[in-house]
Design a protein around this ligand. Sequence first.
Ligand SMILES: NC(=O)c1ccc[n+]([C@@H]2O[C@H](COP(=O)([O-])OP(=O)(O)OC[C@H]3O[C@@H](n4cnc5c(N)ncnc54)[C@H](O)[C@@H]3O)[C@@H](O)[C@H]2O)c1
Length: 193
Amino acid sequence: MQVKQFAALGAGVIGSGWVSRALAHGLDVTAWDPAPGAEAALRANVANAWPALERVGLAKGASPDRLRVVATVEECVADADFIQESAPERVELKLALHERVSRAAKPEAIIGSSMSGLLPSKFYASAVHPERCIVGHPFNPVYLLPLVEVLGGERTSGETIDAAMSFYASIGMRPLKVRKEVPGFVADRLLEA
Ligand SMILES: NC(=O)c1ccc[n+]([C@@H]2O[C@H](COP(=O)([O-])OP(=O)(O)OC[C@H]3O[C@@H](n4cnc5c(N)ncnc54)[C@H](O)[C@@H]3O)[C@@H](O)[C@H]2O)c1
């Protein structure tokens, strides 16, 4: 799977981190966030992360200019190869958002969620292509910390999990496959203990 365009839904702490990491690895990025002033805040967060990313090493052609902030969910995901949702942690919100996302996305796109404490089978229940939906649970700041826990719901295909693991590795991460769907996954449970 070749990812050229990365879409970020939600551009808060975690979404901004994904956008910065994806830009630094030379991807074209679209982003959507419904909050007033979200674009200015996102661009400021990317600018703040960029000096550290330059020190780590940028991919050829990487630039914050390759970020496009758009007005709708549909526009954000229409041409994306990989979609990462980082919206607030509320099951009804994610359920409705993912139904909308999966209707607008390319059928072959992979849809990921940054979610920490919910179960993917629940909030992907209305997704059109549940076999293409995974969780990629990152750690803050996402643009520097490489760990991402990857897991699927009951209907996620093994191929999608493998493709998502490869994509995350291609943007400098260390994907950890979580085999069982449990709230909090592995690392947060260890941190909590
Ligand atoms: N903060 C962390 O350390 C951390 C770590 C790993 C995972 N996560 C997960 O990442 C997700 C986002 O967390 P965060 O810390 O970035 O929260 P945040 O509050 O900083 O950002 C959430 C963003 O989502 C936007 N938003 C509101 N409604 C939306 C909608 N309907 N669709 C899309 N975006 C919407 C908000 O305007 C805000 O900018 C959560 O699921 C959280 O559990 C957080």
